[in-house]
Design a protein around this ligand. Sequence first.
Ligand code: NAP
Length: 298
Amino acid sequence: MAAKNILHMLTPHKHVSPFDVNMALDAGYDSVTPYEAVTMEEVADLVQDVIFSRPPDRGVNSAVFFGGDDAVLALDMIEAAKNALVPPFGCNIMADPAGSFTTAAAMVACVERTLKNEKGKALSDVTIAVFGATGVVGYCSAVIAALEGARVKVVGYNGIERVRQRADEMKERFGVEVEPVDGSSDDKNTAIVREVEVIFAAAKAGVQVLSLKQLQAAEKLLVAADVNAVPPLGLEGVDVMADGEPIEGTSAFGIGALAVGPIKSNTEQGLLKRMIEAEEPQFLDFRDAFQLARTLVS
Ligand SMILES: NC(=O)c1ccc[n+]([C@@H]2O[C@H](COP(=O)([O-])OP(=O)(O)OC[C@H]3O[C@@H](n4cnc5c(N)ncnc54)[C@H](OP(=O)(O)O)[C@@H]3O)[C@@H](O)[C@H]2O)c1
């Protein structure tokens, strides 16, 4: 009899995400079980309970998925889970806290495609300002872009200190150098965007981070992407549906949240399917999400 594909969905929060549950069942999992308020200390025991319940050759049919809303905690939980495996007993391990790994991957992939198609440039040719960089989506998109060779500025809307801490953490964990910058006033933000070719807007839902006037003052701007679908949008003048549309009064192109959304969903579902179809256990984080997303955007 074919082994059932079983997903154990762990979150440090009170609830797992219904979005992720639907995604997993639609991807083909036979069963999805939520575990809530999970702490770091509990991860190893839970993972060992998963792997020892099936013979080693069925480990590939079990998976552990980490949710939550903290990119660093989710990455730490992936590491704790990997360290708890006892070969030949294993299982698949994936994280996508608050959908952020796949959202960041999709946004960066959409920007990469538009940069190439419209401007003949690569991520490694540009400087990027990331707004919302202390959040999960902003954090991951900054790291993905920096790993691809982009020069990245992480913008602190309430001063430089918290983005400096994030930049230090990115350097320690991923070996990437990103520049913390102070975006605590409209004038400072205007000065920041004058110096960049790309903008990632990943701030809190319903917060406008830049006006159309500020985008029009950004003379070097090539592409600007926004993942906030809740009015007011993050970038005035970039429609929620824009998928590489010109931004009025600029020579730049805009990407809106509902253009990123389908790539995000297909990326998350694609990674879940990869775990179901794999012959060896998979360990998947936002770097795998980006590699998949960039194949989905063309
Ligand atoms: N399109 C999609 O498929 C999709 C999927 C998931 C999420 N999203 C969207 O992506 C965005 C980011 O999500 P997230 O989960 O990363 O959110 P998050 O963790 O809440 O982070 C939001 C970021 O915005 C910052 N922020 C808060 N108030 C701000 C203000 N007044 N001005 C500028 N920045 C401000 C936050 O700073 P603090 O550190 O001070 O809180 C944080 O850096 C949201 O708009 C969300 O709706 C889109």
